[in-house]
Design a protein around this ligand. Structure first.
Ligand code: FE2
Length: 312
């Protein structure tokens, strides 16, 4: 079981999942029926009209340049409250008609099925798992060439999209802001509905929607960075210092004081349970929805007349 059970949620066949070369190579695959049916054009329309989404849960960009949210959001008065940043479905539709790509960020925050998938992947892989949906009109790119700081599983839900893959940076110290060069194309792959693509963390990419447009869900998998673990450890060590411990005034005695501090840190036992809990807290795994404190019955407990008894 282990991680294989996570891949089974995304891949149609365990054989294809076995070819996954984590962090090193892209991989095209057939998606599971569950993954493919997570989003649809219909559900996107429903979310925009009735999902009560607020900017920046949705956004529009044109060939990678963000459109100003004033152009596609509105205020709505509900009772005595003014809700700002609400979706303006007509303006969003008009912008898409003109070539804009719609992104819906964090679909797991409002859709139970996507939340369940993210929760199960997150628990199994011990990783932060989040999603973004992309709706791109025919013949348009959804973004400029770029790199992402997470591993991405693309699930093509409807239409087609041609993925252009660029280089994978060498080493661990590359910058997200360094875009891939146009001459660094390594592969092109066209995804049809029901197909998926694994893009390793950092691999440059951009994608062009086919003649029917494209709707895909990017499932972003982000195991804790080593830096986050060290930060959690440092916080643990920090708690062993007195709140008002300072280095001495002047520079002369500081080296000795620092060496003494390092010696103390070396002797401090690491509480693995606390460390693990701190790392776990970075995962933000969606919780199950059933957390209301009491069951709602259907009947009265006697003594007071029910509405039906008041009828003539
Ligand atoms: Fe991306």
């Amino acid at each position: 079981m282990g991680v294989a059970s996570a891949w089974a949620r995304l891949f149609a066949s365990p054989k294809e999942a076995e070819r996954l070369d984590w962090g090193r190579s892209p991989l095209g695959f057939t998606t599971s029926d569950e993954a493919r049916s997570l989003i649809s054009r219909r559900s996107v329309e429903t979310w925009l009209a009735y999902g009560n989404l607020r900017y920046p849960q949705f956004g529009l960009s044109h060939e990678g340049a963000a459109l100003h949210p004033n152009a596609y959001t509105r205020s709505m008065v509900v009772g005595e409250h003014r809700h700002t940043g609400c979706a303006h479905p007509d303006r969003i539709a008009a912008a898409i008609e003109q070539g804009a790509t719609l992104t819906l960020s964090g679909v797991e925050n409002w859709d139970g099925d996507v939340a369940r998938l993210c929760g199960e992947l997150g628990r199994t892989l011990a990783a932060r798992v989040q999603t973004t949906a992309f709706l791109t009109p025919p013949g348009h790119f959804g973004s400029m060439p770029h790199r992402d700081g997470t591993h991405v599983f693309v699930i093509q839900a409807e239409g087609t999209k041609r993925w252009i893959l660029y280089d994978l940076p060498a080493g661990e110290d590359w910058d997200l802001a360094d875009p891939p060069g146009e001459d660094a194309v390594t592969e092109e792959i066209e995804l049809r509905a029901g197909e998926g693509l694994y893009v390793p963390l950092g691999m440059g990419h951009r994608a062009l929607a086919g003649p029917e447009g494209s709707l895909h869900l990017s499932v972003m998998v982000n195991p804790p960075r080593l830096g986050e673990v060290v930060q959690a450890w440092a916080a643990q060590v920090q708690r062993t210092f007195g709140r008002h411990e300072h280095l001495p005034a002047g520079r002369e005695d500081r080296i000795a004081a620092l060496l003494e501090t390092l010696r103390r840190i070396q002797e401090t036992p690491i509480d693995l349970a606390v460390l693990a809990a701190a790392v776990e807290s970075t995962l933000s795994i969606p919780e199950p929805a059933s957390r209301l404190p009491w069951p709602l019955g259907s009947g009265s407990d006697g003594g007071v007349k029910g509405a039906a008894e008041l009828l003539p």
